[in-house]
Design a protein around this ligand. Structure first.
Ligand code: NAP
Length: 214
């Protein structure tokens, strides 16, 4: 499957491009600067230019699925949060609808479950994430929403803890590599379409953890 990764130069994005290639997919790494092309190529992806604040839809050409793992990061203001995490996600969803790309996985955040929770300072970020998730949920796409808790750069374990219902309790931090591997597992499991999955560090093999329970 051709899978376009929006945010391919990011922490999760880099891990994801490698893991998609390892799983036999053809990853497209969408980045906003040509200096990042080699990083994508070294990981087995085809680099393409796309800026969420400018033109990016042509970079999705030919994709069967899109993964949105871009983010404005913690060093920018709420203006960038709005433009990337909310509006960029929304434009990505619209581009998929317009171009007939049915499968979409978004990396949201655990805290999007409850935007008004403490700490108050992060409320705008959580609202942006939540509104992007809600927009995706209402779209006609085959969507999976992943809401990881705090991310780390530890090595992947191949194991996570997943929750399909919001229980209000946070869990252990999770390596970005394990979030990336969860995306690969979701793309291979149709049962995850239509699901919102909260992700934590844990000890359940990823393929088992993402199986919805009725
Ligand atoms: N940090 C946490 O603990 C945490 C917890 C839960 C969820 N999340 C979410 O998980 C997602 C991935 O996290 P991460 O740590 O992998 O993120 P990251 O390393 O900050 O990567 C984000 C990527 O988005 C790209 N990006 C930003 N603006 C863009 C634009 N205008 N056009 C195209 N690409 C753009 C960045 O490009 P450049 O490389 O060019 O800057 C970067 O590669 C984010 O949405 C984040 O909010 C984070």
């Amino acid at each position: 499957m051709q899978v376009a990764v929006i945010g391919a130069n990011g922490g999760i994005g880099r891990e994801l491009v490698s893991r998609l290639a390892d799983a036999g997919h053809d990853p497209i790494g969408v980045v906003r600067d040509e200096s990042q092309f080699d990083t994508v190529r070294e990981r087995g992806g085809e680099p393409r230019l796309g800026d969420l604040e400018g033109e990016f839809a042509p970079a999705l050409r030919g994709a069967d699925a899109v993964v949105f793992t871009a983010g404005s990061g913690g060093d920018t203001g709420w203006d960038e949060t709005l433009l990337i995490d909310l509006w960029g996600a929304r434009r990505s969803i619209d581009a998929c609808v317009e171009h007939g790309i049915d499968r979409f996985v978004i990396i949201s955040a655990y805290s999007a479950s409850e935007p008004l929770a403490e700490p108050e300072a992060l409320r705008p970020y959580r609202v942006a994430k939540r509104c992007a998730d809600d927009y995706l949920e209402r779209s006609p796409l085959d969507a999976t929403i992943l809401r990881p808790t705090t991310l780390t750069d530890e090595a992947g374990t191949g194991h996570v803890s997943a929750a399909f219902d919001y229980r209000g309790e946070d869990g252990d931090a999770i390596p970005r590599a394990d979030v990336a591997q969860t995306v690969v597992a979701c793309l291979a499991n149709e049962e995850t379409v239509g699901e919102t999955i909260r992700l934590f560090g844990g000890d359940t093999p990823i393929e088992n953890a993402i199986r919805p329970t009725d």
